[in-house]
Design a binder for this molecule. Sequence first.
Ligand code: KIV
Ligand code: ZN
Length: 522
Amino acid sequence: MTNVTDQDRVVIFDTTLRDGEQSPGATMTHNEKLEIAELLDEMGVDIIEAGFPIASEGDFRAVSEIAERSKNSRICGLARANFADIDRCWEAVKHARKNRIHTFIGTSPLHRAIPNLTMDEMAEKIHETVSHARNLCENVQWSPMDATRTEWDYLCRVIEIAIRAGATTINIPDTVGYTAPMESADLIKWLIETVPGADEVVFATHCHNDLGMATANSLAAVAGGARQIECTINGLGERAGNTALEEVVMALRTRNDIMPWHTGIDTTKIMHISRRVATVAGFPVQFNKAIVGKNAFAHESGIHQDGMLKNRENFEIMRPEDIGLSGTSLPLGKHSGRAALRDKLETLGYEVGDNQLKDIFVRFKDLADRKKEVFDDDLIALMTLDEADDYLQLVSMKVTCGTGGQAESTVELEMDGEDVIATEHGDGPVDATFRAIRAIYPNKAHLQLYQVHAVTEGTDAQATVSVRLEEDGMIATGQSANTDTVVASAKAYIHALNRLIMRREKAGPGADTREISYKDLT
Ligand code: KIV
Ligand code: ZN
């Protein structure tokens, strides 16, 4: 096998910024992509799939900059089976210290029908495109999309062609989340035993979670001989998502007795990156999500608490510290100073400069005045900062609610440097507030999602609000936290509007702001 020296080492290929970001509503800004790439690099991800360079100017810029800044991870870009895609991909990844071109084509009967190619024509196309990619880059990954619904003998034939054309990694995608663990293991094992040249390449597994089996299918594929797992943070991805990085990594670590393979991931960085991805993508993690859910290490029932006190191993198979959760967490209060705040932020994984600390300290004091105890989760919510140079900024708001559901909201916004006020009525305080914001900044964005979560417990708990807006096919999410749910709602709505405005500006006047999805193009 090329690339891998240790037979028990599983390569972690993270596609949060490509397959994850493709999921409707998960769009990240350029700076957010850079931040997540840096965190992935720091946590020891072997390969970062940073985007799909031909899909948009934004994707190209993000992949290029991530490639230039990468330290240890190999940077990969996605390309369809044509020369223009592959050339554009190479342009974006070529500056990385280590790079990869990932090219793919749908090989199942259903996917072959899309470009209307015969089996022979498709085989020829695979040969041409993989050879072209290999002439540009010495590290080429090839994927037969929808592999798990492709005839096994045809799969065997096209993989052999890709290997002969120079592919160094062969990825077997379960594009629609259709396979099951035994089949996943059998298919990889059979391919490795059958395809001529299979021992010269790394086999990868790329699973989707439509039947809730992505993690199990990925681990089964490793048992069958795959040595690369493709995954995303929090399992982010289209439909039911992709294999969750934290799940496969912690499963391999916790059950190494029966799954004797290891990764290079620093697991103590898991919790921080999970929170950052949830925040920037606007996809909150479900409370009972394995490994990173809020309840994953909470033991509330009397029996469990008693058992935990006697011996934590009674109910805990992993230690919270292993994923970067601090075991004991002392809340801060209004008398806590800057040093204590900086110290706490560092234990939560945030490194802040002096200026940023100054700004956060003001927000922290403001929160501590309203809330007796400021918990870790409150601080994490506080780190979701509004940008100082946003086009729309909330100056003040006043809401009056009636018993019949009708409410009145007066909102004052600073819009491009000028203060504007509007008063509107609505069906409840949030509706009235959103109407007032729309009166100040008229727009045709459609509210796709509105979600409220309590960050901590108690009636003075902070609420985090997520808002997702859609305008002409372009999606933007916004988030905010406040002890007042209506204020958090207003700020989250304004945050989403600012992101829409920013993306419109980037695209230029009259531009079609819809980004191309690889599925639209296949
Ligand atoms: O799910 C899939 O098939 C993909 C390919 C592009 C690898 O994401
Ligand atoms: Zn996928």
